[in-house]
Design a protein around this ligand. Structure first.
Ligand code: F6P
Length: 320
């Protein structure tokens, strides 16, 4: 029986469990055994893996988080750690590893591939910060969570005539802020990719107020070059308008995956297993124009990331 390993690594993302479900199901159809590795790369080093079956994936497709657990392994950054992982994989007769995660996990996977292990990566992160793919799994659900939260904030903010800064995740990528900002009708969207002009932010809030909107929403990506506290203080100092602050944080990582994230998990989970079945070299799978793609792993890691700047332009246009 052919055997592969499956692990989830880095920050969890809604849809990781769907990927696990799909990889196990698809492998069964090809007659391939799946060893589920616990806690990401740490589980490879510590040899914490077990054979998965129908019972291990029962009822997980719609659940957020990852039943395999996840982590950011310090030990795997050392050569010693990686060699131990390879030793364990060989001991189990595992021919390839599927890694689900973001850029840190892809870098770890690339190091593993340099030691002769075939690794197929699936982009799972809420940040949408992997340039080679249009979307990462988890992003759509995270933006949906932001939309839901902002709509609740708008209810109370409009009742009090208050403006609010909503801080969203995304690390160094502004996509969560960009997609959410556009679709909630934010007055202002602040992202790491564009240097912030504080005067322009104040101006927009004043203009919104002059137009009769006293409960403006500013969406600020966590990686932006001015902190939420600094921005709130500055707006108050410059305009006399008091703004409330909401940091959405980890709520963006939880919840049942959206239809789009489940769909992408189905396409990419299956694509990854198909690649292994065909005897592929190490690679990454992704989405381009709604279709699954395959790309060399190094190329995937080296592709620069840029958030969707066209949507920022549209957002600016619509907030005038
Ligand atoms: O990469 C996903 C993410 O949620 C980022 O948006 C955020 O900056 C980071 O992980 C938080 O990491 P941790 O779980 O280590 O606090």
């Amino acid at each position: 029986m052919r055997k592969i390993a499956l692990l989830t690594s880095g920050g969890d993302a809604p849809g990781m469990n769907t990927v696990i479900h799909v990889v196990v199901r698809s492998s069964m159809a090809y007659g391939i055994d799946v060893m589920g590795v616990e806690r990401g790369f740490d589980g490879l080093i510590k040899d914490e893996m077990k054979l998965m079956n129908r019972a291990s994936i029962e009822g997980i497709m719609q659940r957020g988080g990852t039943v395999l657990k996840t982590g950011r392994s310090e030990e795997f950054r050392t050569e010693e750690g990686r060699l131990q992982a390879v030793k364990n994989l060989k001991l189990h007769g595992i021919e390839a590893v599927i890694v689900c995660g973001g850029d840190g996990s892809f870098n770890g996977a690339l190091e593993l591939s340099k030691l002769g292990i075939t690794v197929i990566c699936i982009p799972c992160t809420i940040d949408n910060d992997m340039g080679y793919t249009d979307y990462t799994i988890g992003f759509d659900t995270a933006v949906g969570t932001v939309l839901d939260a902002v709509s609740k904030i708008q209810d109370t903010a409009s009742s009090h005539d208050r403006s609010t800064i909503v801080e969203v995740m995304g690390r160094n990528c502004g996509d969560i802020a960009v997609y959410a900002g556009l679709t909630v009708g934010a007055e202002c969207v602040l992202i790491p990719e564009i240097p912030i002009k504080p005067e322009a932010v104040c101006q927009k809030i004043i203009e919104a107020k002059d137009r009769g909107k006293s409960h403006g929403i500013i969406i600020r990506a966590e990686g932006s070059d001015i902190s939420t506290d600094e921005l709130a203080d500055l707006v108050y100092a410059e305009t006399g308008i008091e703004v409330r602050k909401v940091v959405l944080a980890y709520v963006q990582r939880g919840g049942s995956p959206s239809m789009m994230d489940r769909l992408r998990a189905c396409l990419l989970g299956h694509e990854a297993v198909k690649l292994i079945n065909e005897g592929s070299e190490s690679a990454a799978v992704g989405i381009k124009d709604d279709h699954p793609i395959r790309i060399d792993l190094k190329e995937a890691v080296d592709t620069p990331t840029i958030c969707n700047l066209k949507l920022i332009e549209l957002s600016e246009h619509l907030s005038k």
